[in-house]
Design a protein. Structure first.
Length: 149
């Protein structure tokens, strides 16, 4: 059966599971698919939504009303900054160097950001922050170029 934006019920389940922070293995267990099959479904979801990643797919789905926005609780500026470095693909050590603080502080900022967002993984935290509009795809694409060196 096909739902909103041409997504099948299975594709919507994979999108919802990803937004909830479930791994592909966990999603597969719930909907009776292998991990590889879930990854293939996720690829179809990204293609249908025009997303470059699953966090981006969650953001687009939330923005267009396919998913409810899961976030009520904004982060502090430092938590968001540390999370943005994660979204850009950098290590916690790199974030610490750029933020002028210790690795332990960045790890603490990320842990507290994950907790405040209700995230189970770093990817989940980025997805939730994107769904809430705290991190946009522009932050990720332009930020990578601005901060590379």
């Amino acid at each position: 059966m096909t739902g909103p934006r041409g997504l099948t019920d299975t594709e919507l389940e994979v999108l919802r599971g990803t937004a909830a922070g479930d791994t592909y293995s966990e999603i597969g267990h719930h909907i009776n698919l292998t991990t590889k099959s879930v990854a293939n479904v996720a690829t179809r979801v990204m293609r249908k939504l025009g997303a470059v990643s699953m966090p981006h797919a969650v953001y687009l789905a939330t923005r267009t009303g396919l998913l409810d926005a899961p976030l009520d609780n904004p982060l502090t500026g430092r938590q968001l900054e540390a999370l943005l470095w994660t979204a850009l693909g950098y290590t916690a050590q790199h974030a610490a160097d750029q933020m002028g603080t210790s690795l332990d502080t960045v790890r603490w900022l990320l842990r507290t950001a994950h907790h405040r967002l209700g995230a189970r993984t770093a990817t989940h935290a980025v997805a939730l922050a994107m769904a809430a509009g705290l991190i946009t795809p522009a932050h990720i694409t332009t930020g990578r170029q601005e901060h590379a060196a």
